[in-house]
Write a protein that binds this ligand. Structure first.
Ligand SMILES: [Zn+2]
Length: 178
């Protein structure tokens, strides 16, 4: 079954055009996230204490290792692979095994603290932004950049199969230098 799905970009630029514009594109970095009360979890600087509160809120018992893993995700850049998280955690004085990090990320995902992005079976990233949004994926650098959901208009989706509701639509625009 083929979908006639058409994703258009609000400002009329092609994805490549947006990427070429470079500096203007929204990029989740640690520089000056705009204060948005509804999304304070993403915008504020976290401490171990605020991370523990956040874990409680998501019904996750805040063990020291879980706090460190969540702190890594919420304090650093937004999209990290499990291996990047593992090395960041172990670069501090908390030693975590690969199994602990993977199990913890699985728990975080189940409790909707983070969103899992599967680029391909060998490239899984964890995103602390659980609001609906899409991504540019630079296949050369492996870098993910957010596309706000409201910047993408999707037309021509087929009716849903009987008895189901849409849980979400995720678009990954894969880019390389042109
Ligand atoms: Zn994202």
């Amino acid at each position: 079954m083929t979908f006639d799905m058409h994703a258009s970009f609000e400002n009329g630029h092609s994805p490549a055009g947006i990427q070429d514009a470079g500096s203007g594109w929204m990029r989740h970095a640690e520089i000056a996230p705009p204060p948005q009360p509804a999304r304070r979890e993403q915008g504020q600087r976290h401490t171990r204490t605020s991370i523990a509160r956040l874990l409680h809120k998501h019904d996750i018992a805040p063990t020291r290792q879980r706090i460190e893993i969540a702190y890594t995700l919420f304090e650093r850049e937004q999209h990290l692979s499990a291996d990047q998280i593992l090395s960041a955690v172990n670069a501090r004085d908390v030693k975590s095994s690969k199994a602990t990090v993977y199990n913890t990320l699985k728990l975080f995902r189940e409790k909707k603290l983070v969103r899992e992005l599967i680029i391909d079976p060998t490239k899984v990233f964890y995103d602390r932004n659980t609001e609906p949004h899409h991504h540019f994926y630079d296949v050369e650098s492996g870098e993910l950049t957010d596309i706000p959901a409201q910047n993408v208009h999707i037309e021509g989706l087929p009716p849903l199969p009987a008895g189901v509701i849409a849980e979400g639509i995720d678009i990954i625009v894969r880019t390389r230098r042109g």
